[in-house]
Design a protein around this ligand. Structure first.
Ligand code: DQA
Length: 145
């Protein structure tokens, strides 16, 4: 029996700009550095992570649809700004039978009004906010308990 859980992590628009993008809000690490930090602390005998980033809504919808026929046990998604706008990503997420964890590096409740609506989070079983560079680590670990 395979005990290693396969977890997909999807990052939406502008998360490829972490490191230079509003460091006071998102910290100074790049996405690659956050991935390295996360991978270092994850027990690879329990979990295998696949990372994907796109700035394009339709590409994210397509990657989510592919999960239907793949053997991932959970999806962690930071939809970025699409969280607040995308019914298309919500509808794709609702196709999935695996748990969905939505994460945001920042605590959006401390931010602008337009960030208070999270359309995509309606499809998630867990919503985690404000954990900065540890956001993905905590989201992945929530699926290993
Ligand atoms: C974000 C929060 C969103 O409001 C914003 O548009 C992002 C990043 C976060 O991780 O805190 O792109 O998802």
């Amino acid at each position: 029996m395979n005990l290693v859980k396969k977890i997909m992590i999807i990052n939406g628009p502008n998360l490829n700009m972490l490191g230079t993008r509003e460091p006071d809000v998102y910290g100074s690490l790049t996405l690659d550095q956050i991935i390295e930090h996360t991978e270092k602390l994850i027990d690879s005998s329990l979990c295998q992570c696949t990372w994907y980033q796109s700035n394009v809504e339709g590409e994210i919808v397509g990657r989510i649809q592919q999960l239907i026929s793949q053997d991932f046990s959970a999806l962690v998604i930071n939809p970025g700004a699409y969280s607040h706008t995308s019914v298309a990503i919500l509808d794709a997420l609702l196709l999935l039978k695996i748990p969905v964890v939505e994460v945001h590096l920042s605590n959006t409740y401390k931010r602008e009004d337009f960030r208070q609506i999270k359309i995509t989070a309606r499809a998630s079983s867990i919503l985690m906010e404000g954990l900065g560079k540890n956001a993905y680590l905590m989201a992945i670990q929530s699926q290993l308990l």
